[in-house]
Design a protein. Sequence first.
Length: 243
Amino acid sequence: MAALKTKINTLYHHHKGRYGYRRITAALRQSGEVVNHKKVQRLMQQLGLKSLVRIKKYRAYRGQEGRIAPHLLQRQFNALAPNQKWVTDVTEFNVAGEKLYLSPIMDLYNGEIIAHEMSARPVLNLIAQMLEKAKKRLKATEKPLVHSDQGWHYQHRAYQRSLTSQGLIQSMSRRGNCLDNAAMESFFGTLKSELFYLQKWQSVNQLKKAIHEYIDYYNHERIKLKLKGLSPVQYRTQSLSTQ
């Protein structure tokens, strides 16, 4: 029992309090430990350990179809293989009177953030550089659907040309409807709950460095229960190795 408590304590602190008893259980099982989630929950209570994260909910309302691109994704947030469906968006952080904007792109196959870019201003180049990074991952035969909201960046002709030049297909959410891009909204909620809201930031540069580190952690270490207790990269690597 003492050895199991030590393992639980180590996992909890390694993940900086982001894991609750369900993820701790999955991580223990991944390491070969045979343990019930109720037992892990009880031991965590004895140790005074509980997840620091409380995901904030968001509301959405029905809007109209976009005039630039149709709503092709239709809330089908699953894919049978990598690079079939991508989603993207921009989120804002306020630190010490300054702003930082993050533009990531996610592969819906495994929830992996395949590219991201940050900037002090929400300029077109923020999205353009992120998209160019993502496109470098593609094979010649891969032409993913790329879904976004109706932000002005995604309506810009330069962005549209960047997609069509490589045969990528544009999809857009209905006006003002967050649920049409729920996968990316969920990532932003997780990022802010597990990183941004947990401490006071002294500068934009400090936060920028932490976001880079968090996204690497999110891709390579942070397990997802719906990915059979694997991280996004572990899931992709394992699935490709069995093909």
